[in-house]
Design a binder for this molecule. Structure first.
Ligand code: 7TS
Length: 412
């Protein structure tokens, strides 16, 4: 446990987040355990966005005036810092989207539509979020390629033997989540990507849950595409990122058409803009990009290694504390796992668990967490999920465990 001990001053971190100071219900301290859905935002992010609107508000890439130049510099500066954050080779490889979902839809509709043919096959997994299933289902129904799935076992781990067998069928793409939003499982991305490449497949990594919580290096992983969302990593909603290797993005056709993504437009044709602008049609979410830049600065200042270590400590402690609650079953016990606990309490509906916890000021999520096939596999209509982040404490784990004992008492 010693080497796991993180050096973060959590009370100091907590103080950076205005929402974490508020009271809920009858003057209870808020215990926010729903960061897998969306994280809270520190002052630095709120101030960066406020400053842009109060001081430099203008459209980017077009006006030759002071405010437009400031806005463009802030927007493009954020892109460079976000590129560095995931160790991209160049900021041209960072495309701004609305969220992970749109990033995956971009790959499906641009790369997928122009590459995949009837009879082709792509590999997904049984633990995917709907946003890494439905875009491929939509496209497959139009083109006629096949979808295959790496199974997940009872402990929440992917069956890599089946994966190797699927790779022998020469898939064109493997798309999988780096970290499961339900099970917490951190998949062996580097090994899985290397195997896919050996089989001639490209890889799209869903980093919605990994980029906020772990140091992620796209060059070390050798991911072809990486999708993630600003709102889960202390940034605002409405901004997401698609990382793509430059040579791939270069060859891909535009996804959305309009302003900014063109060099020249004629009545019947256009020439696309250079990367990354080719994929950023229309006025983008300028304030949100600036906010995400500030979020990345904030996470860097705390240290992604330290954040990951802190969450490992919470994960190990949480597993121990929850195991003491009678009738509670956690889904997902992979060795490599983030601080996410999806569970059921015997005899109590997951929504009731969530409701009782809310009465105690503890915010968790109940439902299928946009992973219906995974819940179906485990024969569950829903689970309750507690998900932790850099601002959560071990004491909040204790409060959750106490809350669950209270649930048991109420429904006994
Ligand atoms: N992929 C994973 C692994 C996710 O956890 C989520 C969001 C997404 C994709 C989609 O992200 P979005 O920003 O485009 O919506 N997951 C959750 C969740 O677990 N609870 O609410 C959203």
């Amino acid at each position: 446990m010693d080497q796991l001990e993180a050096k973060l001053d959590i009370q100091k971190i907590k103080a950076d987040f205005p929402t974490l100071k508020r009271k809920v219900r009858s003057n209870l301290d808020l215990i926010y355990l729903d960061s897998a859905a969306t994280s809270q935002k520190p002052n630095e992010v709120l101030e960066a966005m406020d400053h842009y609107y109060r001081h430099s508000n203008a459209n980017i890439h077009r006006g030759i005036h002071t405010l437009a130049e400031e806005a463009t510099a802030q927007y493009e500066g954020a892109r460079q810092r976000i590129a560095k954050f995931i160790h991209a080779a160049h900021s041209r490889e960072i495309v701004f989207t609305r969220n992970t979902t749109e990033s995956i839809n971009l790959v499906a509709n641009s790369w997928g539509r122009s590459t995949l043919q009837a009879g082709d096959m792509i590999v997904l997994t049984e633990m995917e979020h709907h946003s890494n299933l439905v875009p491929w289902q939509l496209l497959a129904s139009q083109i006629g390629f096949k979808l295959e799935f790496i199974p997940v076992d009872a402990t929440g781990v992917l069956d890599l033997d089946v994966y190797r067998q699927l790779l022998e069928q020469a898939p064109k793409l493997v798309a999988f989540t780096h970290m499961s939003n339900v099970l917490g499982t951190i998949n062996p991305a580097k090994e899985m990507i290397a195997a896919a490449h050996q089989a001639g497949a490209l890889v799209l990594l869903d980093g919605a849950q990994s980029v906020p919580h772990l140091p992620v290096d796209v060059q070390e992983l050798d991911a072809d595409f990486l999708a993630f969302s600003g709102h889960k990593m202390c940034g605002p909603t409405g901004i997401g990122v698609l990382y793509g290797k430059e040579e791939l993005l270069d060859r891909m056709p535009p996804f959305l058409g309009g302003g900014d993504m063109i060099k020249k437009v004629y009545l019947r044709s256009f020439t696309p803009n250079d990367l990354p602008h080719k994929f950023e049609a229309g006025t983008p979410a300028i304030a949100e990009v600036i906010g995400l830049g500030a979020a990345v600065d904030y996470l860097n200042a705390v240290g992604m290694e330290q954040i990951a270590l802190h969450e490992q400590e919470i994960m190990h402690y949480g597993a121990k504390q929850l195991a003491k609650v009678p009738g509670l079953r956690v889904y997902g016990s992979a060795e490599q796992k983030g601080a996410v606990f999806s569970f059921t309490v015997e005899g109590v509906h997951p929504h009731d668990v969530s409701q009782v916890l809310d009465d105690l000021g503890i915010a968790v999520r109940a439902g299928h967490h946009c992973a219906m096939p995974l819940h179906e596999k485990y024969g569950l209509p829903a689970t309750t999920r507690a998900s932790f982040y850099l601002y959560n404490t071990l004491d909040e784990v204790n409060k959750l465990a106490e809350g669950l004992l209270h649930v048991n008492k109420l429904f006994a």
